[in-house]
Each structure stands twice: as structure tokens, then as C-alpha cells.
Design a protein around this ligand. Structure first.
Ligand SMILES: *[C@@H]1O[C@H](CO)[C@@H](O)[C@H](O)[C@H]1NC(C)=O
Ligand SMILES: *[C@@H]1O[C@H](CO)[C@@H](O)[C@H](O)[C@H]1NC(C)=O
Ligand SMILES: *[C@@H]1O[C@H](CO)[C@@H](O)[C@H](O)[C@H]1NC(C)=O
Ligand SMILES: *[C@@H]1O[C@H](CO)[C@@H](O)[C@H](O)[C@H]1NC(C)=O
Ligand SMILES: *[C@@H]1O[C@H](CO)[C@@H](O)[C@H](O)[C@H]1NC(C)=O
Ligand SMILES: *[C@@H]1O[C@H](CO)[C@@H](O)[C@H](O)[C@H]1NC(C)=O
Ligand SMILES: *[C@@H]1O[C@H](CO)[C@@H](O)[C@H](O)[C@H]1NC(C)=O
Length: 299
């Protein structure tokens, strides 16, 4: 102590002295501090954590205690500190309080314990076959996760981010489900690209950083009207070819047997017609739906 400072001649000097008194720990009764460490731990739901209460009080009689509804199963102590093991933490938020008594004065500090659970499931809803240029909703569900204040849900297509959503305002901490939707209007170049949904639960610096993702879905084009018309014309071609074969066959029926026999090396007419039919089928574009003539021709 430097009592000469009390006679400080300058105005504001006594205030400076008061501030010095407050800043110097343990110099007078009631000026000790109580700290809790860690201050804001993130604990896995059902997990456990050591909470260390400490004080700047120099009095060796000073002993600490922790007041909480959570289950304490172990404790340790040393000069100026006491640590407690809390187990089976299933409360989403809890604030155990550390008490220290020093020279008849009691002070308290609270720890803010949050428990978390990484998403149990990240599901991207299956997509219908899509018509190009029409709007559809991609829907991603993140199930049984906490706390959503630390959750980020991202929908990606190929390497590109389509949509990102956070839930910082949802401050009621509990186990939660989150649904994220994003509207897409597929173009031809989107077809075949993989769409995935990603959930990140970032608890740093007080806990881990979880990253989960859904399985991928692909944008697939529905059978369009043009494709249907092409498919129908393909069937018509086949039918015409079959009629041709039939007509040829009927014509042969009325011709003398010898004339009907093909010359050596000449393809039989039925073979030639079959090849024509095949060519017509192969000419039909890929999106012509079923390429199996048996399926298309049968009623
Ligand atoms: C705990 O949370 C309360 C209110 O949310 C806050 O006032 C207090 O400062 C926090 N304590 C610590 C140690 O973070
Ligand atoms: C508790 O904190 C005090 C003061 O920071 C430290 O000296 C002591 O080793 C800690 N105890 C445990 C068990 O971590
Ligand atoms: C602190 O000390 C007092 C008296 O010395 C005792 O009654 C109390 O149980 C002690 N508390 C802890 C947490 O050890
Ligand atoms: C998410 O990741 C965590 C840790 O990697 C894992 O425990 C959890 O089961 C995962 N959830 C899903 C839905 O894959
Ligand atoms: C997609 O979802 C949003 C919000 O739920 C809705 O406003 C919109 O009409 C939906 N779009 C389609 C194509 O269903
Ligand atoms: C979250 O809350 C703040 C303040 O209450 C507000 O300004 C902000 O728009 C909210 N954000 C969302 C996404 O609702
Ligand atoms: C989340 O959704 C699943 C499936 O619909 C349901 O079983 C579960 O109870 C929901 N969880 C919460 C916290 O609402």
C-alpha cells in the first residue's frame, strides 16, 4: 500500500486510487474474484465435463462449491480452486454456479453449459422427373439436431452452392428439425448434375465442427411432348415397315414358288425389311422413351 497516493494533489486523483484498489486482486476484503473454467463449454448430449472454480482469494480457508441440478460424480481441489465432474448432461442449456467465500464475503460465477447433438439425418427429398423450364422445389430436411443457432444448411449442385441458410434467431435451444427449400428451374445443362444437401454444426471454439451430407440426387428430365411425338413416329415407321413385309408376303403368295426363291447371295426380302425396321428404330432419338419396339407395339 502506498498511502501517500491518498494525498494526491490533482483532481481525479482519488478516483484513480479507487480504480487501482479495484484492479488489485486480494488487496482488501471483498476485492477477490471468482472464475469458472471453461466458461461456455459445449458438451455432447448425455456427455460429461469438468468445471473448475477458482478464486483470487489468498485465504487458505476459502473453499469453493458448485451449485447445479446436474449430477456431480467427482471433485478435486487445491489452493484457491475446486473442480467438479458433471455427468449425463441431457439439459440443452444449464448454468451451474460457482461459489467462493473469502473473509465472510461470498461471490459467484456461472458457467454456461450447452449440450449439442449432430444431425441424426440429412435427407434431400427425391425429385420427380422434371420438365425443362418448369419450377420445382428442392427440399432438404435436417433431423434431430441441436443447437440450430450453430447450424448451416447448404444445397449444392455439382460444385456450385445454390442456397445457404442459417438459424441464428432460433434462440430456444432444444432438439429440432429444420426444413430448407430452394426453387429450381432446370435447364438442359442441369441434367445429370448431382444435387446434395450439407449440414454443418459448427461449435468452435468451444466444441467440434460436424459436417454431414445427404445422398445425392440427380436432375432427370421427364419424357417431353416432342420426345413422345418422335416415339410415336418411330412406332408408325415400324408399323409401315411391317405392313410392307405383309404386302410383300401376300404378293409372294400369289407368285409361282420358283420365282419367290431368292438368287444365291441376294438377301432374303424379310431380312432386308428387318434391317430397315431396325434402322428406323435406331434413328429415333434417345429421349424417345421406350426403345423397345415390342413394348411400344403391344397394346
Ligand atoms: C452465461 O450466460 C448469461 C446469460 O446468457 C450471461 O449473462 C453470462 O455472462 C454468461 N456467463 C459466461 C461465463 O459466459
Ligand atoms: C483449476 O484452476 C486452477 C486455477 O486456474 C488451476 O491452478 C488448477 O490446476 C485447475 N484444476 C484442474 C483440475 O484443472
Ligand atoms: C467450505 O467450508 C465450510 C466451513 O469451513 C464447510 O462447511 C463447507 O462444507 C465447505 N464447502 C466445501 C464445498 O468444501
Ligand atoms: C453426422 O456426423 C457425425 C459425426 O461425424 C455422426 O456422429 C452422425 O451420425 C452423422 N449423421 C449423419 C446423418 O450422417
Ligand atoms: C416452393 O416453396 C416455396 C416456399 O415453401 C413456395 O412459396 C413456392 O411456391 C414453392 N414452389 C413450387 C414450385 O412449388
Ligand atoms: C434476426 O434478428 C435480428 C434482430 O432481431 C433481425 O434484424 C434479423 O433480420 C433476423 N434475421 C432473420 C434471418 O430473421
Ligand atoms: C423430427 O422429425 C422426425 C421425423 O419426422 C420425428 O420423428 C422427430 O420426432 C422430429 N424431431 C423433433 C425434435 O421434432
Amino acid at each position: 500500500m502506498r498511502p501517500q497516493r491518498l494525498q494526491h494533489p490533482f483532481p481525479g486523483g482519488s478516483l484513480a486510487w479507487l480504480l487501482l484498489l479495484l484492479a488489485l486482486p486480494g488487496t482488501a476484503q471483498g476485492s477477490f474474484e471468482v472464475r469458472v473454467s471453461p466458461e461456455a463449454p459445449m458438451v455432447e448430449h448425455g456427455g460429461s465435463v469438468w468445471i473448475n472454480c477458482s478464486t483470487t482469494c489468498r485465504n487458505p480457508d476459502a473453499n469453493g462449491s458448485l451449485e447445479t441440478s446436474l449430477t456431480k460424480t467427482d471433485s478435486k481441489s487445491g489452493p484457491g480452486w475446486a473442480a467438479f465432474l458433471l455427468v449425463g448432461i441431457t439439459e440443452w442449456v444449464s448454468a451451474p454456479q460457482c461459489y467462493f467465500t473469502c473473509g465472510g464475503d461470498t461471490k459467484v460465477a456461472a458457467a454456461n453449459i450447452s449440450s449439442y447433438r449432430p444431425p441424426e439425418q440429412v435427407v434431400l427429398e427425391p425429385l420427380p422427373e422434371m420438365e425443362l423450364g418448369r419450377a420445382y422445389n428442392l427440399t432438404c430436411r435436417v433431423l434431430n439436431v441441436a443447437p440450430v443457432t450453430h447450424l448451416t444448411v447448404t444445397i449444392r449442385q455439382g460444385g456450385r452452392t445454390l442456397h445457404t441458410e442459417t438459424f441464428q434467431n432460433h434462440t430456444v435451444i432444444k432438439l429440432d428439425n429444420r426444413t430448407v427449400t430452394h426453387e429450381v428451374t432446370p435447364r438442359r445443362w442441369d441434367l445429370g448434375l448431382e444435387i446434395t444437401c450439407h449440414a454443418a454444426l459448427d461449435l468452435t471454439p468451444h466444441g467440434p465442427h460436424f459436417k454431414n451430407s445427404s445422398s445425392a440426387v440427380e436432375l432427370q428430365e421427364a419424357e417431353s411432348l416432342t420426345a413422345k411425338i418422335i416415339a410415336i413416329s418411330a412406332i408408325a415407321t415400324i408399323s409401315a415397315t411391317l405392313l410392307g413385309i405383309l404386302a410383300w408376303g401376300l404378293a409372294q403368295w400369289h407368285r409361282p414358288w420358283r420365282e419367290a426363291r431368292p438368287e444365291p447371295g441376294e438377301a432374303t426380302p424379310s431380312q432386308a425389311n428387318f434391317e430397315m425396321a431396325q434402322a428406323s428404330i435406331e434413328d429415333a432419338p434417345e429421349e424417345g422413351g421406350s426403345l423397345n419396339p415390342a413394348e411400344d407395339v403391344s397394346p
